[in-house]
Design a protein around this ligand. Sequence first.
Ligand code: G3H
Ligand code: 13P
Ligand code: NA
Ligand code: ZN
Length: 328
Amino acid sequence: ARITLRQLLDHAAEKGYGVPAFNMSNMEQALAIMEAAHAVDAPVILQISRGARAYANDIMLKHMMDAVTEIYPRIPVCVHLDHGNEPGTCMTAIQSGFTSVMMDGSIMADGKTPGDWQYNVGVTKTVVDMAHLGGISVEGELGVLGSLETGMGDKEDGHGAEGPLSHDQLLTDPDEAVKFVAETKVDALAVAMGTSHGAYKFSRKPDGRVLAMNVIEEIHRKLPNTHLVMHGSSSVPKELQEIINKYGGDMKPTWGVPVEEVLRGIRNGVRKVNIDTDCRMAMTGQIRKVLTEDRSEFDPRKYLGPAMAALTKLCRQRFEEFGASGNA
Ligand code: G3H
Ligand code: 13P
Ligand code: NA
Ligand code: ZN
């Protein structure tokens, strides 16, 4: 069944677990993520970016979402727009059957310039007012994602600010978070505490100087009833880096967000945990392996099948680690 983000996260808050939000843009990812949710009896957030919509076509995505809810009728599915950059993008997502949208006003529509307070509150409130009329949930974001090590926004993915940014911009201010939620009435709030998108988040295992989980604790103390969202939450596992590099890939040494830090967030109000990079790495590792080990292979199912299996395994693991399993 399709449900909204609000319904899903209210349940997660009541039971104290976190829900991974996995990005997807094709049939293989949709099926693999759903298979994992089914295997561990977890509710799921299928998260679709603007880039994914451009890649797969809204009509294709709409029918794929209908298909997965028909294949897995018992699994609650929230279909969420990741990083909407303007109200119109959010409205067309709703028209395509999304049950939740993110209006990311922390960045202007150009994806480069940090949005100031007036802009962010304005666009977010516009989307909330419209979406709530139709029972659709809204995620907002306060604070700019980017590295505390370098001050750079995460522009490698095309929707982060140009650096250098100050610590003030890179860390969500808890008092501003209280005002932001009161003024916009968002259903969930994404906050910034040192994570960034993509594989290259930290140059070594992150400590409290570069991954400020204390900011989340303080926000949760001031906003105990607000569902918090962590973006850039891939852990970029060493094993997946090694598989990719063993079979001809070239990933530079890097660190992501350790799962234990995500769990610290979940103990402090984090209910939605965004994961894309780990999923991409899980699939790519297997595709490289199959094509390297049998250079005569050319049936896409022979490499996409193992890629799906690896994605299912990763998703299962995250559902279990975050306590979402058994909650469908
Ligand atoms: O927010 C970032 C997600 O990883 C989506 O990435 O815009 O390349 O689809 P994308
Ligand atoms: P990762 O790049 O860490 O997977 O983050 C994804 C994300 O935040 C999508 O909004
Ligand atoms: Na999002
Ligand atoms: Zn994000």
